[in-house]
Ligand binder design. Structure first.
Ligand code: MN
Length: 313
């Protein structure tokens, strides 16, 4: 019997936290003799906190790092959700044993010692994959679980508008919405609005949801700030640019791309700093001081990271 830690990526978004909390709950309900505890690798997003509090679900504790086991002791067992690349994971991950993964991203550098429980599907959110696992195990989500799953599915798919959205996402969203007596898109709008449009400093816009991609031996950071009012965010353009350069310098990254995604206008303004030649090539745009508006671009993974990675190959 072990105590297994379950967590999503650094700079957690709603899906990273909810997938960890929900998968830990599901595993505990399955009663396999182990205990599963959700953790977070960074601050709770505001919208996540609001949903957890509404349903009386305990906030996951912060996990700063994993230490090497004491001599003769086994490694800490972990399950990753919503990420798998070490650059996006916990500090000291090499000290742990990865026994599971529930994700919807490309698979990077991951190795296991035993046959793992890996469920990686190209759907709109990790919480869709978890909704599917509830169904596969024949467990009906409680209303609280349905709300957490649906909230994360709606933010990750930008209310089912992102091109990452699949028919499977629509199907589970409809089913969970029906259980809760809500329209999924309307529910998603409420979740987005609960974030508060003007609540973010330029530093938070850059750092709140940013991922590091190692492309051709260079570290390219790609951040995304989703808002219901992109124009208001861009009033702080100079401060945002300064925050981007400060973040890149602090992390020692080569380049940084920031998407200011307006979910109502359905597109993103792309800002860049540092060495972004591969990003400019992949996106087919130049680095302009005022940024470049890319209509229809809502998904970092599919419409930004994927073409940039492809451009490097
Ligand atoms: Mn996700």
């Amino acid at each position: 019997m072990s105590n297994i830690l379950v967590f999503g990526h650094q700079n957690p978004d709603n899906d990273a936290i909810m997938s960890a909390v929900m998968f830990a709950q599901l595993k505990n309900q399955l009663n396999d003799g182990n205990t599963y505890e959700a953790r977070r690798l960074g601050p709770l997003p505001k919208e996540t906190q609001i949903v957890l509090d509404k349903w009386g679900i305990e906030h996951p504790a912060l996990l700063e790092k994993i230490d090497a086991p004491a001599e003769g002791e086994p490694k800490q067992q972990i399950i990753l959700t919503d990420h798998n690349e070490s650059g996006q994971s916990v500090a000291g991950r090499e000290n742990a044993e990865i026994i599971g993964l529930v994700d919807h991203h490309r698979v990077g550098d991951i190795e296991t010692s035993q046959p793992p429980f890996f469920v990686v599907l190209p759907w709109g959110s990790s919480c869709t994959v978890i909704a599917y696992l509830f169904q596969a195990y024949g467990i009906e989500p409680t209303d609280a679980q349905a709300a957490c799953l649906l909230a994360a599915m709606m933010t990750d798919t930008v209310m089912l508008k992102s091109p990452t959205t699949t028919e499977i996402d629509r199907g589970f969203a409809a089913k969970l919405g029906e259980q809760l007596g809500v329209d999924p898109v309307e529910y998603g709008k409420q979740v987005f609005k609960s974030r508060g449009a003007g609540d973010f400093t330029p530093e938070q816009m850059v750092a709140r949801d940013i991922k590091c991609f190692n492309i051709d031996g260079k570290d390219l950071y790609i951040g995304q700030y989703e808002t219901v009012d992109g124009a208001a965010a861009l009033e702080q353009l100079d401060a945002i640019r300064a925050a981007m350069e400060a973040y890149r310098t602090e992390k020692g990254g080569d380049g940084l791309v920031l998407l200011i995604t307006d979910i109502l206008e359905e597109g993103s303004t792309v800002l860049m700093c540092g060495d972004t030649a591969v990003a400019q090539k992949g996106l087919g745009i130049e680095d302009k001081p005022e940024g470049v508006w890319m209509p229809g671009v809502l998904s970092r993974k599919k419409q930004v990271a994927a073409p940039i990675i492809a451009a490097a190959e």
